[in-house]
Write a protein that binds this ligand. Structure first.
Ligand code: PMV
Length: 311
């Protein structure tokens, strides 16, 4: 048996705009998804907290809509990459709530790619794992940036430039509090919502997307200098609201956190529910309480440099 794990993440800046080629800043967190895989029988059996599935090798590659579609696609792409296939038993356990914007889909895809490829003694490089992880997201979601798959693979704080296919590792230390609305949402649906707004009002939406790109570049410069990025988080949240992906509950938590002394706060990930983050180097207790009083649960997580790995 092979066990692999990959980290969840928070997007610090640039979600949605990154789908249109602007950069994103993303950080791995110390909450992980664990995948145990072993060769067994002539079926693929997958068990996880969100559901289970068993299917024959001939069914691999058929379109799947269920919670496990990222795992199925990851297995299919590894089979193609190693040009071999076998029955498998896969067990998934997760510290990252699913469909919350904390990257569980990319983490499970990337950890599955590493675990299953190791079963075939294939030594994929981290770059190959990140690329396969991105392909899983593209094929399952239709549109996806390399943000989540890159951070699930490499960990740390990353500046992603999709058009140049460049991923830079940044030295940054941030004290973040995560607020989880408890509302599951679909990244695909939210990405489509922004696309529909942009198709109808390109002259209005394109400048917003470019502004998010500009503030993400500025945030990188400030983070590398050790300067505060709270104001930029607040501006980023306002622009995401303008794109229509915040919710009343997310924005309430964001304002509650700021009122309690957070330096900045914004939704993180696709929006529509999921999570928000507050930058709170001081007043941590007050900010945590304010986020909870606004109706979210606070998740304590630290940034983590550990990317995908064999356990
Ligand atoms: O799946 P989430 O909530 O982490 O959102 C991903 C961020 C988006 O920019 C909305 C989509 C993408 O592929 O980058």
């Amino acid at each position: 048996m092979v066990s692999a794990s990959a980290p969840g993440k928070v997007i610090l800046f640039g979600e949605h705009a990154v789908v249109y080629g602007e950069p994103s800043l993303v950080a791995g967190i110390d909450k992980r998804v664990y995948v145990d895989a072993e060769k067994k029988g002539d079926r693929i059996s997958i068990a996880s907290d969100v559901g289970s599935s068993s299917f024959s090798l001939d069914e691999i590659g058929l379109p799947a809509q269920d919670e496990l579609r990222y795992v199925k696609k990851a297995v299919e792409l590894v089979f193609k990459r190693v040009d071999k296939r076998t029955g498998l038993e896969i067990n998934i356990t997760s510290e990252v709530p699913s469909a919350s914007g904390l990257g569980s889909s990319a983490s499970v895809s990337v950890a599955t790619i590493l675990a299953v490829s190791k079963l075939f003694d294939a030594d994929l490089t981290l770059k190959e794992i990140a690329e396969l992880g991105h392909r899983v997201e593209l094929e399952v979601q239709g549109a996806a940036s390399p943000t989540d798959s890159s951070v699930a693979t490499f960990g740390g704080v990353l500046f992603i430039q999709p058009t140049e296919k460049k991923v830079d590792s940044i030295e940054a230390d941030l004290s973040l509090i995560i607020g989880y609305t408890g509302v599951e949402r679909s990244t695909k649906v939210l990405v489509e919502r922004v696309k529909s707004l942009r198709d109808r009002y390109p002259g209005i939406v394109d400048p917003i997307i470019q502004d998010i790109g500009r503030l993400t570049r500025e945030a990188r410069t400030r983070l590398e200098r050790g300067d505060d990025v709270g104001d930029l988080m607040n501006v980023n949240h306002g622009l995401l609201e303008a794109l229509g992906v915040s919710t009343e509950q997310l924005s309430r938590a964001v304002h509650a956190a700021r009122d309690a002394g957070a330096r900045g706060a914004k939704l993180t990930g696709a929006g529509g529910g999921g999570c928000m983050i507050a930058l709170a180097p001081n007043h941590q207790v007050e900010v945590t309480r304010a986020i909870e009083a606004s109706g979210c649960s606070a998740i304590r997580a630290s940034l983590s440099r550990a990317g995908v790995r064999i356990e």
